[in-house]
Design a protein around this ligand. Structure first.
Ligand SMILES: Nc1ncnc2c1ncn2[C@@H]1O[C@H](COP(=O)(O)OP(=O)(O)OP(=O)(O)O)[C@@H](O)[C@H]1O
Length: 246
């Protein structure tokens, strides 16, 4: 169980007299192996929250408790909004560079390239890849380290609907092979319903939790658009306060 407690997070901007809290009084627990989707308006502080959980931002009041031995954090991978591949390395090298020093794990990398449809592109350089392929390469790099915690910040943004659906299916296929805790940020409630065990709807100014909802249907059924639409309709009925986010 990961326990996230953020009493207050603000950015001190020297040129600004007032620095309002971006996040305030947020309490969020992530179960072991749980897939949690954060859904919130643009600019509400989702990336800020992921950066805090990743340990990239330590300037906040509160704590992130990983329930491990003091000081230990789980093996974490972070997939950013942009794929952030090194342009002077091939797809395969980008993936292998993420592995701990001295570790090659060829079979695991081969398997990920295969399942993500990148075997034929493994020796290409990132500038030759489509956005969809780059995003798949970023996923392969994240999975290569066998993370216990995977943080994903709108990893499928600006893809066409068919490509993002295909990559979502690939993400689920790899995740289901070895379930681990995922915190996934999206604007897209349909995407969240297709993926998550739990949806966490957020407010902005400051960011807080507005509503949490479990999604219990089998993931195989959720690939069908009508399953997602009927779940959305039920949410609208049961939680009118979040109707504008649906
Ligand atoms: N380094 C920074 N310095 C000052 N303000 C910042 C900084 N980073 C983010 N902010 C502000 O904090 C707020 C939350 O930003 P953040 O990027 O976390 O939101 P978000 O929900 O991820 O946005 P989006 O959905 O557009 O990706 C915004 O008002 C943003 O302008």
């Amino acid at each position: 169980m990961i326990r996230i407690r953020i009493v207050r997070k603000l950015y001190r901007v020297p040129t600004s007299r007032e620095n309002p809290a971006v996040i305030e009084n947020l309490e969020l627990n992530l179960g072991d192996g749980e897939f949690v989707c954060l859904v919130g308006p643009s600019g509400c502080g989702k990336t800020t929250l992921l950066n805090i959980v990743a340990g990239l931002d330590r300037e906040f009041e509160g704590s992130v408790d990983f329930g491990e031995e003091a000081g230990d954090r789980p093996h974490t991978a972070y997939v950013f909004q942009e794929p952030r591949l090194l342009p002077w390395r091939s797809v395969r090298q980008n993936i292998e560079l993420a592995l701990p020093k001295g570790e090659t794990d060829r079979e695991h990398v081969d398997h990920l390239l295969d399942i993500l449809g990148l075997t034929h592109a493994q020796h290409q350089f990132p500038q030759r890849l489509s956005l969809g392929m780059s995003r798949r390469a970023a996923l392969a790099r994240a999975f290569a380290v066998r993370p216990a915690l995977l943080l994903m910040d709108e990893p499928f943004v600006s893809l066409d609907a068919a490509t993002s659906r295909r990559i979502r299916e690939l993400l689920l296929a790899v995740w289901q092979e070895r379930p681990h805790t995922v915190l996934f940020v999206t604007h897209d409630v349909r995407e969240a319903i297709a993926l998550a065990d739990r949806l966490v709807f957020l407010t902005d100014h400051p960011l807080r939790i507005r509503q949490q909802v479990s999604v219990t249907g089998p993931r195989a059924d959720r690939a069908a658009g009508d399953w997602v639409e009927s779940f959305r309709a039920r949410l609208r009925e049961e939680h009118p306060a979040i109707g504008h986010m649906l």
